[in-house]
Design a protein around this ligand. Structure first.
Ligand code: FE2
Length: 309
């Protein structure tokens, strides 16, 4: 595997062993966290995790609190396999899921993500990874005024959620599931508490717009990252209910134009590392430092996820 190399460290970091991943993670926590800090992503290969239950056990052995899908505002349809483990996204194989920080389009997001490949696709299906700090660094050199605008104004996301789950869409999670509520009154109470604005559609769909969220974040170590879902929303939030071009605006309501997005998209594509899965692989991603996505694929692919608070 040919990795990228940034500031003295391979990206992603690679840990290869034929041991038991749960045992490894339990006894090497400090070392794993150092690799994660240096690289932003760690691939565990050769441990050959055999089942979702084995993955669940490994995540449990790592020891941090689980971030439950049920309580998240993720817009992806997902199915829980074990209490800690769920399908990564039920969107159809031909759909690209563009680079994003997990749930950065909501006020509540996980700090780390575990992925597990149970079945690798026949063709395609890699998980592109992109160092968000490097992206921001390069974007700031090319287009300082755009980075300044994103940093100063922040961003608001809008999406239309269906009444029932639509697994045919990457953004198909129903509003009842997304907002973890039973009815319209429950949905409105949750949106109100989160500071969202909303309108109801005639088909009982719900269009919601987030409060102003940061588009650029500074990490504890001083690095700045492009922590948002701008690329994924702008390129991918398109289905029978959603028009991707209407999914994002600056925090002050002014439009985000193709010109605002072009350099960031090109740089992110250039910086992407395609993690080509082998069955039994597990990866750990720092959600603040690294973006991820999903390439289209052919055949059966089963990549499961588990999120850390
Ligand atoms: Fe994701």
């Amino acid at each position: 595997m040919k990795q990228q190399y940034w500031y003295g460290h391979d990206f992603p970091a690679l840990v290869e062993s034929d041991g038991d991943l749960a045992v490894y993670l339990k006894s090497n926590r400090a070392e794993v966290d150092q690799l994660l800090k240096n690289a932003g992503a760690v691939l565990f290969r050769g441990f050959d995790v055999a089942s979702p239950e084995g993955f669940d056990e490994a995540v449990g052995a790592y020891g941090d609190d689980n971030f439950a899908y049920k309580e998240s505002l993720s817009n992806a349809v997902r199915i829980n396999v074990t209490p800690r483990v769920f399908t990564a996204n039920e969107a159809p194989p031909e759909t690209s899921i563009y680079l994003h920080h997990e749930m950065a389009q909501t006020p509540i997001y996980p700090s780390k993500l575990f992925f597990y490949c149970q079945i690798a696709a026949d063709k395609g299906g890699a998980t592109p990874l992109c160092r968000s700090d490097i992206l921001l660094e390069k974007l700031a050199m090319e287009e300082p005024e755009i980075v300044d605008a994103f940093a100063a104004k922040g961003v608001r996301y809008s999406s239309t959620m269906p009444l029932e789950n639509d697994a045919g869409s990457g953004q198909g999670r129903s509003w009842r599931s997304t907002l973890n509520c039973e009815d319209k009154a429950g949905a409105e109470a949750r949106l109100q508490a989160l500071g969202y604005e909303w309108t109801w559609g005639e088909d009982q769909s719900l269009r919601a717009t987030t409060p102003v969220l940061k588009a650029v974040r500074q990490l504890d170590d001083g690095r700045r990252v492009f922590f948002n879902q701008l690329i994924a929303a702008y390129r991918g939030w398109s289905d029978s209910r959603n028009d991707a071009s209407k999914s994002i605006s600056f925090g002050d309501g002014t439009p985000i134009t193709p010109d605002h997005m072009a350099s960031g998209i090109r740089l992110a594509d250039e910086l992407s590392f395609d993690l080509k899965w082998q069955p039994g692989d597990v990866a750990l991603i720092d959600n603040f430092a690294v973006m991820h996505g999903r390439r289209p694929f052919e055949g059966k692919r089963r990549v499961l996820a588990s999120l850390i608070k």
